[in-house]
Design a protein around this ligand. Structure first.
Ligand SMILES: Cc1cc2nc3c(=O)[nH]c(=O)nc-3n(C[C@H](O)[C@H](O)[C@H](O)COP(=O)(O)OP(=O)(O)OC[C@H]3O[C@@H](n4cnc5c(N)ncnc54)[C@H](O)[C@@H]3O)c2cc1C
Length: 475
């Protein structure tokens, strides 16, 4: 057998770049082939509205980026990455003109949560205090024997619950509303098991490492990863879509930062029929309907404390958010969708001309939906910020099909690389996880554990698995 020292990574999203870095650092000769003209996948920053306004095409806020066990080991600051923290990670406005604020400091949050302060602390503190033990375990394929079994058992006991069950411990509607917004990042109905885990993970991250934005947008993270990769001697070719695995016969190892449907399209008989059948069963999750705004001024929130947070969740009470998410998972388009909004230019003036601003907002829709959610999404912003529409200088709308046309991994607008429900969250895309039926081909995208989000851990684990297997062939 020839020496398996040449590796190709298909796709330059955060997971593709992470995989390429692991392989290059291990001494392999690595080429990354990217279909689009700019690397980064769903972590790119683009001029989508007016000159001088820089918008995050996909990811905007990066709790799992700053907290990533792998990214934290890389010299990304040396390559220009600077994390900016808003004074509070998250604001959740309510109809009475106030907002629930998730403070960075756990004790401050407990104080502001009043009757629920103690319950919040009891739930989050063990994991906040042991973040560096907790997060590597939370962001990996479920291990047979966790390194911190008691900590992870404690997390599992809470996290397996639905958000609805978990919030029964809170007495205030305000705390329940905030937790609903956190758990709704799962794209699941809030009665589903594991939605509690999403809410807890994001809250724990807010207290442990914050929810920062990269100065200049998510492209700065991508550029830092690319610069580090180049320093390891790897190559990256853009506008280089791989149409068939047959094109890559000169490589001994192939890592695919793509989703199962795309892998099947380029498979060219490289996989067993059984494996192809398993891949074809992979379920995609709901889609996102996304809008980017150029704004004449900051958003005129009724609750001015919303100006302290880079991220704002718009959806009102727990019951409203639960109803919106339940409707969406049943293929409907809620009248009052749950909207996730980021306002990075309040904290990073490089994103817009002087005194002007940007905003990024999306809501959840059924996969592949072509329904125009723009009026409903903007009604939700207006509900908590009357006069918002008057501040809009320009907007760019990305329905699910437009997201997919910009990044083939966003199948039907699914931003998580596949549904994150119980049946797929641990063993994705198949029981083989990163491996395929071909011994030199691996999947390393968000369609593998631990799933969606900019953390690079899918790429890291896939590359480590590939390297371990490589040494066993060579040995
Ligand atoms: C609207 C939106 C908002 C989001 N918000 C956040 C957020 O705030 N925080 C967060 O952490 N995460 C967020 N995410 C999720 C996060 O961006 C993704 O989970 C993450 O980018 C997945 O990384 P990946 O490397 O698996 O795939 P991607 O980032 O999708 O990268 C895949 C790459 O592969 C390339 N590719 C595909 N097919 C081929 C081919 N045949 N040949 C060559 N190249 C190919 C694509 O062009 C793309 O560059 C968001 C995503 C979207 C779309």
């Amino acid at each position: 057998m020839s020496s398996p020292s040449k590796a190709c990574v298909i796709g330059s999203g955060p997971n593709g770049l992470a995989a390429a870095i692991v392989l290059a650092a291990a001494g392999l000769q690595v080429d990354v082939l990217e279909a689009e003209s700019i690397p980064g996948g769903a972590a790119r920053t683009l001029p989508l509205t007016l000159p001088g306004y820089l918008h995050d095409f996909g990811s905007a806020v990066h709790p799992l980026g700053v907290g990533s066990p792998f990214f934290s080991t890389l010299p990304l600051q040396r390559h220009g990455l600077e994390w900016i923290h808003s004074p509070a990670p998250l604001a959740h406005p309510l109809d009475n003109g106030t907002a629930v604020i998730l403070e960075r400091n756990l004790a401050d949050t407990q104080r502001s949560f009043g009757v629920d302060g103690q319950a919040w602390g009891h739930l989050m503190r063990p994991f906040v205090e042991r973040w560096s033990d907790f997060i590597p375990e939370a962001l990996r394929a479920v291990p047979m024997i966790p390194q911190h079994p008691f900590l992870m058992a404690r997390f599992g006991l809470h996290a397996i619950s639905s958000a609805r069950a978990l919030t029964s411990r809170f007495r205030s509607e305000r705390t329940r509303a905030l937790f609903a917004g956190l758990a709704a990042h799962s794209f699941l109905a809030l009665t589903e098991p594991l939605t509690g885990a999403f809410g807890m993970l994001l809250a724990i991250a807010a207290h442990a490492v914050g929810w920062p934005v990269p100065r200049g947008g998510s492209q700065s993270l991508t550029n830092a990863l690319c610069a580090h990769l180049a320093s390891l001697g790897a190559g990256l070719k853009t506008s280089a879509r791989v149409e068939s695995l047959a094109e890559l016969s000169s490589y001994n190892l192939i890592l695919c930062d793509i989703t199962p449907r795309q892998l099947l399209q380029i498979a060219d008989h490289h996989f067993s029929a059984g494996y192809e059948r398993e891949l074809a069963k992979f379920q995609y999750g709901p889609g996102a309907f996304k809008v980017d705004y150029a704004l004449a001024q900051p958003i005129p929130w009724k609750a001015s404390e919303c100006l302290r947070a880079a991220t704002v969740h718009l959806g009102g009470t727990f019951e409203e958010i639960a109803a919106a998410e339940a409707a969406m998972t049943q293929g409907k388009h809620p009248q009052r969708p749950f909207v996730l909004l980021a306002q990075p230019s309040l904290f990073d003036p490089s994103r817009a001309p002087k005194d002007k601003h940007i905003a990024w907002a999306y809501c959840h829709v059924p996969n592949g939906s072509s329904f125009d959610m723009l009026p409903r999404l903007e009604d939700q912003i207006e509900r908590f910020a009357p006069g918002f529409r008057d501040c809009v200088l320009a907007r760019n709308v990305f329905p699910p099909s437009a997201l997919e046309s910009m990044d083939g991994n966003l199948v039907g607008g699914d931003i998580s690389g596949g549904a994150m429900g119980m049946s797929q969250v641990f063993f994705r895309p198949t029981w083989r996880q990163y491996s395929t039926s071909a011994k030199n081909i691996y999947i390393c995208s968000a369609s593998t554990p631990p799933g969606g989000g900019v953390h690079g851990m899918c790429g890291y684990h896939a590359a480590r698995k590939a390297l371990a297997n490589l040494s066993s062939w060579q040995g």
